[in-house]
Design a protein around this ligand. Structure first.
Ligand code: NDP
Length: 356
C-alpha cells in the first residue's frame, strides 16, 4: 500500500510502498479517508520532535485522521462506518493512565504516539487499531472529521482551564489566542461558537493584511493583534487584560508574557512546543504577579476520548465557511510533497487517500 513517511536517509516526506497491515486479534482494519497536517508534523519531519518506531528505518506520518472500518475483525465495530483514531498507545508501565481513560496524562516514556513518537501514523491507505482507540463519527464527518483530533486538544485545555478556576465563581469575559496557525484558528473558532462563555476574543499573529488567516480572525468577529506592534505583555494596555490565554505559537517568550496579559484570577494554557531557547526574564516579578493576582499557568498536551466526543459537537457547530477557509489544500498521496509546503497562503492541508 501507499504511505507517506519520513526515512532515516531522506530529507522530507516521501511516498513509499509498504506491505498492507494485517489486523491482529482484537484489532480492526481501517481504510484511511483523509489525514490532516499540522505544526507537529513539520516538527517531526525536521527531527525536532518525536522519533522512529523501534527497529524501523521509516516512520509513517500523520496523527489527524478519519477512516472507514474496512474489516471489523470481531471487534464489534460496524463495517463501513466512520471513525477518528486517537493518538497515544501504551508502551510499558503507565501508572494506570490508559486504564483510567486518561492517556493524555501519562508521563513521557509510558506511551508512543502514532505518527509522532515511536509508532507509525495514519498517512497510509490502511491501518489497524484496537476499537478502544477509535471514536465513531457520523458519515457527515468524511470531509472534515480529521479536525476532531486537534479540536480535542483544545477541548482538553479548556477543561483544565475551567477546572483550575473552579474553586471560586469565575466569570470570564475575554479570551486571547496566541498564534494564527491552524491550531490557533481552530481554537478561536471554538471560542466564538454559541456555547462559549467569552464575549470578546483576540488573536495574535505577525502578518500584514491582507492575509487569509487574518481574514478568518476578522470574519469570526475577533480582534487581530499584530505582535510586531503590540507584544503580548502590552495587550492589557492596548486592549484589555484577558481572563483566558491560549498559547499556540510555540514561541517560548509567550509563556512568560502570558502572565502579564492575564487579568487578575486569569488562567493561561500553554500548548506550543518550542525548541530550547535561553533568554532573560524577570522571574521574581512574574512569580509575584502569579501569586498576588491569583493567576494560573499550565501546560496541556494530547486529549482523551471524552474530549474527542466534545470535539465532535464543536466541529458540528462551526460555520461551513470556516472549515472551507481553514483547509486550503487537499492533496493526493502522490503529491505529498506539495501537501507539506508552507507559505502565507497555506493554512491547513490534508492528504486524501480515499472517499467513503
Ligand atoms: P504553526 O506553527 O502552524 O502555527 C504557529 C503560529 O504562530 C503561526 O501562524 C505563526 O505565525 C504564529 N507565531 C509564531 N511566533 C509568533 C510571534 N512571535 N508572534 C505572533 N505570531 C507568532 O502550528 P500549529 O498551529 O499547528 O500549532 C501551534 C503549536 O502548538 C505548535 O508549536 C505545535 O507543535 C503545538 N501543538 C501542540 C499540541 C498539544 O496538544 N499541546 C497539539 C498540536 C500542536 P507565522 O505563520 O506568520 O510565522
Amino acid at each position: 500500500m501507499k504511505a507517506v513517511a519520513v526515512t532515516r536517509e531522506g530529507s522530507g516526506p516521501e511516498l513509499i510502498e509498504v506491505p498492507d497491515p494485517t489486523p491482529e486479534a482484537g484489532e480492526a482494519l481501517l481504510r484511511t479517508l483523509r489525514v490532516g497536517i499540522d505544526g507537529t508534523d513539520h516538527e517531526v519531519i525536521a527531527g525536532n520532535h518525536g522519533g522512529y518506531p523501534e527497529g524501523d528505518d521509516h516512520q509513517i506520518l500523520g496523527h489527524e485522521a478519519v477512516a472507514v472500518v474496512e474489516d471489523a475483525n470481531g471487534t464489534g465495530l460496524e463495517e463501513g462506518s466512520l471513525v477518528v483514531p486517537t493518538v497515544r498507545r501504551p508502551s510499558g508501565a503507565d501508572g494506570g493512565h490508559f486504564e483510567r481513560g486518561e492517556p493524555d496524562m501519562a508521563p513521557d516514556g509510558a506511551y508512543v504516539e502514532r505518527g509522532i513518537v515511536g509508532a507509525h501514523g495514519y498517512m497510509s491507505e490502511l491501518f489497524t487499531s484496537p476499537p478502544e482507540f477509535l471514536v465513531p463519527v457520523p458519515d457527515s464527518f468524511a470531509e472534515y472529521g480529521f479536525l476532531v483530533e486537534p479540536i480535542s486538544n483544545s477541548e482538553k485545555a479548556f477543561e483544565h482551564a475551567f477546572a483550575a478556576r473552579s474553586a471560586f465563581d469565575w466569570r470570564p469575559e475575554s479570551a486571547l489566542v496566541l498564534g494564527n496557525g491552524p491550531l490557533g484558528l481552530l481554537t478561536l473558532a471554538m471560542l466564538e461558537t454559541e456555547r462559549s462563555p467569552f464575549d470578546r476574543t483576540y488573536c495574535l499573529g505577525r502578518r500584514d493584511r491582507p492575509d487569509p488567516t487574518v481574514d478568518i480572525v476578522d470574519r469570526l468577529g475577533s480582534t487581530y493583534v499584530d505582535s510586531r506592534q503590540t507584544p503580548v505583555d502590552e495587550i492589557p494596555e492596548a486592549h484589555e487584560a484577558v481572563d483566558f490565554v491560549y498559547e499556540a505559537t510555540g514561541y517560548a517568550k509567550h509563556a512568560f508574557e502570558t502572565v502579564d496579559a492575564l487579568a487578575p484570577n486569569g488562567v493561561g494554557a500553554l500548548l506550543g512546543i518550542p525548541e530550547d531557547w535561553t533568554f532573560e526574564i524577570d522571574g521574581g516579578r512574574l512569580h509575584r504577579e502569579l501569586v498576588l493576582e491569583n493567576k494560573a499557568l499550565f501546560g496541556s498536551v494530547n486529549s482523551n476520548v471524552g474530549q474527542y466526543e466534545a470535539a465532535k459537537d464543536r466541529l458540528t457547530a462551526f460555520p461551513d465557511w470556516f472549515t472551507d477557509a481553514l483547509v486550503t489544500g487537499v492533496y493526493d498521496p502522490d503529491d505529498a510533497d506539495a501537501a507539506f509546503e508552507t507559505g502565507d497562503d497555506v493554512i491547513k492541508t490534508v492528504v486524501e487517500f480515499d472517499t467513503p
